[in-house]
Ligand binder design. Structure first.
Ligand code: KG4
Ligand code: ZN
Length: 365
């Protein structure tokens, strides 16, 4: 590269409207000059899940604002933008369309390329943005909407080793919180309760551990928790604070065990090709869970594999990761034009069998 590149990133595939400005200097790592995220949690909270219609309207309302804020924060003007990277799938289609239309409009008026980015590629390439990680590495995406193991061979080539066949773990944490009267998002609340509880008092199922492979299932776990909760209520007329903490601890222990064992299996598949610098990166909101993180770190240490997790703000949905994935495509000459379409489904690994279920946050692949 003979001059610095400035990329505007736009993300609107789920319940966060985000814009970012990324600068790639001639030498050295890319720099995030601004990363703005407008979350929609409050808008969806009364409905117990993301409402696609509400999400689409909120994106349309906030998208200009987030771009403007990213420009002001970074001190970059639209004239300095070399390309516009936008999430063009997978996700809730109304939101994806908002982003793609906005990006195309800007591309046409500024005369710069538009680049359609796969949202999952954004997550999967984040360790390269934050830690300049070399290919191939193993990636675990674990959030409210995603749960899959990917080997990242290059910016375009990913092998999916397995994923959830129903709920994502974040969804399971959120549903557990709801069943126990804890606040949303459920993950941090359940984790806090779990630290006060006995993980051995209730033994919840470890779904799919009896089957080979890296696929996972988390929806049965919340049903088991619901049954246990109702049994306690029927027996005692209610739940004590200790019951609640013990239920959370038992639930979290089950998620930890499943993720740890499936990570062991995914690592075995990844290591079979003898990568020179073996590394597992984790991304997604659930990566904030200290018990899950500790278990993954242990599995990695046992296998002599480096463990890395990007800072949380870059683990959850954001536009800096979209700008970065767009930068990798731009450098490879992969730009789009006005025919760029919004895609509700877009598996990163086209050869892997389709994932079942789409969960509260839309398509997972
Ligand atoms: O990546 P993210 O923003 O997800 C999507 O929007 O898909 O992550 C949000 C999810 C929520 O389901 C939240 O409950 C979960 O990540 N989460 C956690 C923790 N912090 C956030 N789950 C478990 N433990 C945590 N400490
Ligand atoms: Zn995401």
């Amino acid at each position: 590269m003979d001059r610095p590149l400035t990329i505007l990133g736009i993300e609107s595939s789920c319940d966060d409207t985000a814009a970012a400005i990324l600068r790639q200097p001639v030498e050295g790592p890319a720099e995030i000059l601004a990363s703005v995220v407008y979350g929609q949690t409050d808008l969806h909270a009364p409905y117990g899940g993301v409402v696609p219609e509400i999400a689409a309207r909120a994106h349309a309302e906030k998208i200009d604002l987030s771009i403007e804020e990213a420009l002001v924060t970074s001190g970059v003007t639209l004239k300095e933008v070399d390309a516009i990277a936008v999430t063009s799938g997978p996700g809730l289609i109304g939101g994806v369309i908002s982003g793609v239309m906005c990006a195309k409009g800007l591309s046409a008026s500024l005369g710069v390329p538009v680049i359609g980015v796969n949202h999952l590629a954004g997550h999967a390439l984040t360790p390269r943005l934050t830690d300049q990680v070399a290919f191939p590495y193993l990636m675990l995406l674990v959030s409210g909407g995603h749960c899959q193991f990917l080997i990242a061979h290059s910016a375009e080539k990913f092998t999916r080793l397995g994923g959830t066949i129903d709920d994502a773990p974040g969804e399971a944490f959120d549903k557990t919180a709801r069943l126990l009267g804890l606040p949303q998002p459920g993950g941090p609340a359940v984790q806090a309760e779990a630290t006060k509880g006995d993980p051995k008092r209730f033994r919840f199922p470890r779904p799919l551990l009896d089957r080979p492979g890296c696929d996972m299932s988390f929806s049965g776990l919340k049903t088991a928790l619901l049954r246990q909760r109702d049994a306690l209520i029927a027996e005692q007329g209610g739940l004590t604070l200790q019951d609640r903490a013990d239920l959370c601890a038992g639930f979290q222990a089950a998620v930890v065990d499943v993720l740890a064992e499936k990570t062991r299996r995914a690592l075995a598949l990844y290591l079979a090709d003898a990568p020179s610098e073996p590394l597992l990166a984790v991304a997604g909101g659930v990566a904030a869970n200290t018990a899950i993180r500790a278990a993954l770190e242990t599995v990695c240490a046992q296998n002599n594999v480096t463990f890395t997790a990007p800072p949380l703000a870059l683990c959850t949905d954001n536009a800096a990761m979209i700008a970065y994935a767009g930068l990798e495509k731009y450098v490879a000459g992969q730009i789009d034009d006005m025919s760029l379409a919004a895609r509700p489904r877009w598996p990163l690994d086209q050869t892997a069998p389709a994932l079942l279920g789409s969960g509260k946050k839309g398509a997972k692949a």
